[in-house]
Structure formats: structure tokens, C-alpha cells
Design a protein around this ligand. Structure first.
Ligand SMILES: [Zn+2]
Length: 275
């Protein structure tokens, strides 16, 4: 029987990695192994240390990655997966691929800076301290990304296909609707990724994030991270607060790439934008 294995975003809200195995065996023997999202663990040291552990499944036995969106807690472990031997396609929307082209090399650059800092201050128990992956590793991983249009069905094997439906979270973000046909049974699994709250269906000038699901997605089973499930959204319009933040940032002279910010500011930028 096919199964799903949660390799991250379980017990914590980062490190999203959900493995679908269609063979039902411990390996992909005779079936397919597909990873939905491949995120970095962030936050407390106990969790960040998990970024250094081997996957419980050999990376080279994973056939494909389906990526919901370009936040590091969903895509930031991809260069490490490649270092461990993964060589399959990484399916994502075009805007997600564009964003990954910026943030994955930047993440590699930060890993290198961290390692250099630990080597200089000798604060790490590892000698020498190494980066999880480098900027160059991240650059190399970009060639494996394959663009998929929203709503387009992609058949990965006789048993498994998927399509993206909009998630209204960030530019390019989508839910992955996976169709699994095994033992004469067809099931739809909906991996939501992070869900946004863009409700306006009108496409206004300058609007870059589309509103929520509009493609009639189907689900027998929903896999959803419930980070904020016990909280209500504020009723106030977030625009003035966002405008004040952007104006303050512009006044400080910050530019589009976080690389030009001091490293402490960069870290807060990433934690601000990571979920
Ligand atoms: Zn996100």
C-alpha cells in the first residue's frame, strides 16, 4: 500500500518534507518516491542540527521533488538533497523558480559566512566548521528545476500525477494536488503548503499574488501545516503597517538583495519572511 512519510514540519513548523512512496515498501522498489517540499529546519539549535542528518531514505532513490513555494522552510534543503545524490526533476511554478534563483544561492552564501565565522571565532565543536551547502552548490541545483503551469497535469508514472492549484501565500505559491491510482483505486491527496489570505479576485495593476484556490481542486485527504490554526487573523488592513516597514527599509538604503544587509539584519529578514 502506498504511504506518506513526514520527514519534517512535524513537531515543528519548518523543514517541510513529505515523502510519497507508491510501492508501499521501505524502498521505492517497483514504485515511485516523490518528495513534496524540501525545506530547511530553522529556529532552535536542536532543530537546525537536523539539517545535518542524512535522510532516512537515500536521496538518490527519490525520483522527483514537487515544490509548493519559495520560502526557505519549504525549499532551502534542496541543495543539500543534491549533495546527497538526488538528481531528479524539481517541479515548481515559474515565479517559484525565479525566486529560488535568488534565495537559494543567497542561503548558500549565508551558510558559507556562518562557517567562516565559526572558524574565525573557534566557537564550533567541528574543526573546520563546514557550510551545509555553498552558493555554488545552490547555483548547480537550479538546473534541475522544471516549470509547471498552474492547472497543468504532470504524469510522473502510471500511478502518480499532480497539478498545482493556487495557494494565495506568496508570489508563485501553489498547493500540490496529487492523484494516486493504485490497486484499482484513485485517491486525491492535497498538499496545501502554506495558505495565504488573498481574497480579491480582481487582478489589479501591480498585483502579484493571486487569490486562493480557484481551479476546483479535489481532495480525499488533505495534508496541511496548522501553525496558526489556533489564532484569528487581525481585522485591520495590513497595508499601512507594510508601507511603514518598506519606507523605513528604503530610508535605511537597503536594496533588493539581502546580501547587501549586515548579517544580523539578514537573519531577521529571513525569519520575518519564512512562514
Ligand atoms: Zn511560506
Amino acid at each position: 500500500l502506498a504511504y506518506i512519510q513526514f520527514l519534517g514540519a512535524a513537531g515543528t513548523v519548518t523543514g517541510s518534507k513529505h515523502l510519497i512512496n507508491t510501492s508501499g515498501k521501505a524502498s521505492r522498489d517497483g514504485g515511485l518516491q516523490v518528495l513534496v517540499d524540501c525545506g530547511l529546519f530553522q529556529g532552535q539549535k536542536d532543530w537546525r542540527e537536523r539539517n545535518w542528518r542524512d535522510m532516512p531514505v537515500p536521496a538518490k532513490e527519490i525520483d522527483a521533488v514537487i515544490l509548493t513555494h519559495a520560502h526557505l522552510d519549504h525549499c532551502g534543503w534542496i541543495p543539500r538533497l543534491m549533495k546527497e545524490g538526488f538528481r531528479g526533476p524539481i517541479y515548481a511554478t515559474s515565479p517559484t523558480i525565479d525566486l529560488c534563483g535568488i534565495i537559494l544561492p543567497d542561503s548558500g552564501h549565508l551558510q558559507e559566512e556562518d562557517a567562516a565565522y565559526y572558524n574565525k571565532t573557534k566557537k564550533s565543536k567541528h574543526h573546520p566548521a563546514l557550510p551545509l551547502y555553498t552558493e555554488e552548490d545552490a547555483q548547480k541545483s537550479l538546473q534541475y528545476f522544471k516549470p509547471v503551469a498552474v492547472g497543468q497535469s504532470v504524469q510522473l508514472s502510471a500511478e502518480l500525477s499532480f497539478r498545482f492549484v493556487r495557494a494565495a501565500h506568496i508570489l508563485g505559491s501553489c498547493m500540490a494536488e496529487v492523484t494516486l491510482s493504485t490497486n484499482d483505486q484513485t485517491r486525491h491527496l492535497l498538499f496545501t503548503g502554506d495558505i495565504g489570505r488573498v481574497l480579491d479576485h480582481k487582478v489589479t495593476p501591480g498585483k502579484v499574488v493571486h487569490s486562493g484556490p480557484t481551479e476546483g481542486e479535489v481532495a480525499d485527504l488533505v495534508v496541511m501545516e496548522s501553525t496558526y490554526g489556533n489564532r484569528l487573523h487581525p481585522k485591520e488592513d495590513p497595508m499601512p503597517e507594510l508601507a511603514a516597514l518598506i519606507n523605513a527599509t528604503a530610508r535605511r538604503g537597503a536594496v533588493w538583495s539581502s546580501r547587501h544587509l549586515p548579517s544580523n539584519a539578514r537573519r531577521s529578514w529571513f525569519s520575518f519572511s519564512s512562514t
